[in-house]
Ligand binder design. Sequence first.
Ligand code: HEC
Length: 157
Amino acid sequence: MKLRGWIVGLLMVAAAAPLAMAQSGPSRSDSSEQYVPRLGDIMNNAQIRHIKLWYAAKAANWELAAFEIRQLQENLVEAALLYSGIPVTNVTTLAAPLQAVADAIDAKDSKKFAKAFGDLTGGCNSCHQSMQRAFVLIRTPTEQPFGDQVFPPQGKK
Ligand code: HEC
């Protein structure tokens, strides 16, 4: 897996070209008609990925975990690109914890993953605090709410 270059690359895009993502994407011929998701909706998606990421890694489904960390990363970059009120540095400071999570997934290392996941979660809350959203307090999930999705790798139980 090559998560490293991918994460660094996306963050560079976020830092350098605030409108790039808004102007590209599938079947968007007229940028004035494009759908811009609400920030709270992007965050709800980030929350879902955050939860699934945890349960994928807990079930040692590293393939799924790698997928979820990419999805989560994209949610956060999208938030920074679409909402200029979010300081880009609030997102770029998440680069280190995101990378640590990605490295732990690459290494299939549950211990490192748990530590990195905690740091990442701290990063969620730092931004919430700095943007007067301290009441949105994120933690490691304690219950897996996605009963219709199988988290262990296929063939195992
Ligand atoms: C760069 C800043 C920033 C980061 C990083 C960030 N958030 Fe947020 N988040 C916000 C802001 C701003 C809001 C409030 C949005 C609003 O007022 O509509 C928010 C709101 C939320 C909400 C509430 C959504 C709702 O409608 O109930 C959740 C859940 C959430 N974030 C999850 C996360 C998770 C999980 C992470 C980390 C993986 C994270 N956020 C990282 C800025 C951030």
